[in-house]
Design a protein around this ligand. Structure first.
Ligand code: FRU
Length: 513
């Protein structure tokens, strides 16, 4: 690969005289884009990135002036994105890559976009990281992971799709090697890293989405797939073990786990990791993302699940990917789906969530604490008696908000929070707790309150057309919504008997760029 440089926009101003004759990229607009420069005489790889970058640049003004586009969720500068890929903390930065179709705001042949952050609050867009190497017989670069191999080299593992081949029946797992900033990547000369012949006679359909984990000084990879596409399923997670420090040789260790449901057609984007004393498996089975908690036997390479649940009960959260940070915490991001096309952008990543286990061994999810850096001036209300008549709270004058509510339900049957605005087409966002159920618009999730104190803690993030609700750090609901306008009010009332809103706080949220 030719030499590629990248500069932040402000550096561009200082360094522009050094770039004579080089391809330049700088998009003006709400989001400051980085600059990619590629030396003349570069290989097709750089041309591919250059063409894709120019397409993003052309779409950026339209995308960035759309009032529905979120401001504190990670998006591409423009065009289509899907899965978060290769989250990694490396040399002081949180890096996130994502599936990107640079040529339209609908799905199409995938590249890898890239952003990084020092603090999980402010993010910096970076040049496209991976592109399909047409000269090497590649049409798409699908989801995967990023790791540092035993020789200290940054590596991306991903699913390579060949031109004209169906991903259901043909796929290979390839690798790219990165520079020390994880900015520029070159395809490994050893590709394919894993090909179907590893499985002997066994046919694995929809074989994709490598995820690497380490355990007892061994390096493992899991991939998703299914064993019986014709008959509609048998979704499996496959496991492999590295045979050398450079991670170029792998051995198939069999099926780590077979999804128990006949209805699960496949297992996309598996993530497998240890959390506290449990092993956690995430899979995206063309439906709501499932998690399983259980035990991993490293000798036999089998996972035994004890419990299961949904990572998010909303209709718009898919293909999550996790990162372990140096202090051991595990963060997860998902792809937020469900946006209309035709606006020059489509899709974003969820907020970073921190995972933990409750004392009873249940999976808990909370918004990463660093998100508080994005908060503006707080409004606060205390000890509001909630009766059948509504209390009205006037929110900060923006449609990018975080709301925190601590509610003691006492003997009330239900509590209803409604976000309303004057925008003619904006349907109010209703959050209702009743019985043992949390309902957000048309999405219902079971949330039994334990003990005699019926306490509900809600963290609600409204980012223009994106809604994320966290209830008691257990239930999450992500949903695409009609954008509220900037003078929204929150009404709250109780039904059946009096409840107390002990504390309600609201913050205007700043943009992450
Ligand atoms: C999940 C997924 C992955 C695949 C990628 C392609 O949304 O289908 O299985 O690698 O998207 O963009």
């Amino acid at each position: 690969m030719g030499v590629a440089h990248y500069f932040a926009p402000w550096q561009h101003l200082r360094h522009s005289d050094q770039m004579n004759g080089l391809f330049r990229y700088f998009a003006p607009g709400l989001v400051a884009l980085p600059l990619v420069t590629v030396l003349a005489g570069a290989e097709p790889a750089n041309e591919a990135i250059g063409r894709a970058t120019a397409a993003i640049q052309a779409a950026a003004p339209r995308a960035q002036s759309d009032p529905a586009r979120p401001i504190f969720h990670v998006t591409a500068p423009a065009q289509w994105i899907n899965d978060p890929n290769g989250p990694i903390y490396y040399k002081g930065f949180y890096h996130l890559f994502y599936q990107l179709h640079p040529f339209s705001d609908q799905s199409g042949p995938k590249y890898w976009g890239h952003v990084r952050s020092r603090d999980l609050a402010k993010w910096e867009p970076l040049p496209i990281a991976l592109w399909p190497s047409s000269e090497a017989g590649e049409a798409e670069v699908w989801s995967g992971c990023c790791t540092i191999n035993g020789q200290g080299e940054p590596m991306i593992f991903y699913t390579s799709i060949a031109p004209g081949k169906s991903a259901q029946t043909h796929a290979e797992q390839w690798a790219a090697i990165g520079d020390d900033d994880l900015i520029t990547w070159r395809k490994s000369a050893a590709n394919p890293m894993l090909s179907e012949s590893l499985h002997g006679g066994k046919k694995i359909y929809d074989w994709r989405d490598p995820f690497i984990f380490r355990h007892q000084k061994r390096t493992f990879m899991v991939t998703g797939g299914n064993l019986n596409a014709a008959k509609g399923g048998q979704a499996v997670v496959n496991i492999y073990e590295a045979e050398n420090a450079g991670l170029t040789q792998w051995k198939y260790r069999g099926v780590l786990f077979t999804l128990p449901d006949a209805a699960a057609r496949t297992a996309e984007c598996p993530n497998f990791f240890k959390l506290g004393d449990q092993w956690v498996l995430f899979v995206s089975p063309y439906g709501k993302v499932q998690y399983f908690l259980g035990d991993f036997d490293a000798k036999t390479c089998r996972f035994e699940a004890r419990t299961r649940g949904l990572l998010d009960c909303g209709p718009n959260f898919y293909a999550p990917n996790t990162m372990q940070v140096p202090d051991g915490r595990r963060l997860v991001w998902g792809w937020v789906t469900g946006f209309p096309g035709g606006h020059g952008w489509n899709g974003c990543l969820s907020l970073p969530r921190e995972l933990s286990l409750s004392r009873e061994g249940q999976l808990r999810q909370a918004p990463a604490p660093q998100l508080s850096k994005l908060r503006g001036r707080r409004l606060e209300w205390k000890n509001i008696r909630l009766e059948s008549g509504s209390e009205t709270l006037v929110l900060p004058g923006t449609n990018a908000l975080e709301i925190h509510a601590d509610i003691d339900l006492k003997m009330a049957e239900s509590v209803v929070l409604e976000f309303k605005s004057g925008a003619s087409n904006a349907r109010p966002v209703e959050v209702k707790y009743s019985g043992t159920e949390l309902r957000v618009l048309d999405v219902a999730a079971s949330l039994p309150l334990s003990g005699s104190v019926r306490k509900l803690t809600l963290r609600i993030f409204l980012d223009r057309s994106v809604l994320e609700v966290f209830a008691n750090d257990t239930v999450c609901i992500t949903k695409h919504i009609s954008t509220l306008d900037a003078s929204a009010i929150l009404t709250i009332h109780a039904q059946g008997s009096t409840a107390i809103a002990k504390l309600v706080q609201a913050w205007p949220m700043k943009a992450i760029w």
